[in-house]
Design a protein around this ligand. Sequence first.
Ligand code: ARG
Length: 467
Amino acid sequence: MSQATNQSWGGRFSEPTDAFVARFTASVTFDQRLARQDIQGSIAHATMLARVGVLTDDERDTIITGLTEIQGEIERGEFNWSIPLEDVHMNIEARLTDKIGITGKKLHTGRSRNDQVATDIRLFMRDEIDVIEAELVRLREGMIELADREADTIMPGFTHLQTAQPVTFGHHLLAWQEMLTRDHERLLDCRKRVNVMPLGAAALAGTTYPIDRHVTAELLGFDRPAENSLDAVSDRDFAIEFTSFASILLMHLSRMSEELVLWTSAQFDFIDLPDRFCTGSSIMPQKKNPDVPELVRGKTGRVYGHLMALLTLMKSQPLAYNKDNQEDKEPLFDAVDTVRDCLKAFADMVPAIEPKKDSMYEAARRGFSTATDLADYLVRKGVAFRDAHEIVGQSVAYGLKTKKDLSEMTLEELQQFSATIEQDVFEVLTLEGSVAARNHIGGTAPEQVRAAASRAREALAALKGDA
Ligand code: ARG
């Protein structure tokens, strides 16, 4: 057999693989990232084979010792990855046979690379989901704490990016936190479907050996063996589900990023981000740029791209395994890395946000943000809402002309527009009065924000790690 022909399947071939084709079909340059999970899966497989009498205990022990040594070689960077050996699975198996001889060739009994790779990816995803979850929890905890601290801080709330009504900064942060709660739930839900074991499906139909899939599932910490062998080796819907989670999460982070970018601008001037999260300009000495949120906003696009790539990869594939599926890894790996890094950036940065309370307060005062409160005041005094709306509209027009906020007008000035207005109007025209009045579950009143933060803390504690 030629050197260039793969030793794992070269038997029926009469000429070596074309050198370009070997490179084109190989995945080892990227799937070597699955080495740890590949070895973990092989150790469980060998253990199960010995349990059911397909391997002897000695053979099992020899295989496990060999694989453990290979793991060490890989970790120390001593492993020689070979492109002609195509992928991570055959590289490791070939090395095992180099080391332990004929017994190494028995490892693949009752198994195929098709169920092997599907198992490796699921083990990998499960590990990564747990790391990602820990970062998400850290971010949520930091956000809830900041919200609680800023329960009394008043800022303008916006619709159409125009000043709408005053809200508390804590309330705004808890809105972000709600988005992340749903993302957290989606992640844990995805994990349930990831944690199902393909191993034992073999190439596509199962195997003639008396395997015990419950044993391997338990050894590998899977909830159960996959129900159908054809489905087990072919579908990558769990990867699509993960990138959907990732896309929605990044969409949320991009919205938060956009607000952080706006708020750090001189025009808004609502917050300061510590210097360690920003960079300068090589030409404009005055610049301090919010690079971290800008980059998170930008990285959202590549994660959406990976979702589209995986959906398109899977589309119209006939059962069962097709080589197309080798293309699942790079998008998935990059989605995992991007999500983890973006979450880390946010988890580090959010607790360090420094609100500029005076500036937020002034902005809320400038935008006639208590206009709705004046209308509600008139309604409470018996004016119909549409008429109240008109009266307040005229007051605002007057304020724009005289450059006065509603709270800065005298009683006489306000009474030009409605005789119903009395001295007690000034209680509702203050920003503090306005937010305190929205005192119901889900409202912006400081009291409600504190209660919501404490509920969020409890809900997070109950959800965390609840896979
Ligand atoms: N490298 C392959 C993949 O990533 C492993 C499975 C290959 N199976 C096969 N029959 N060619 O999907």
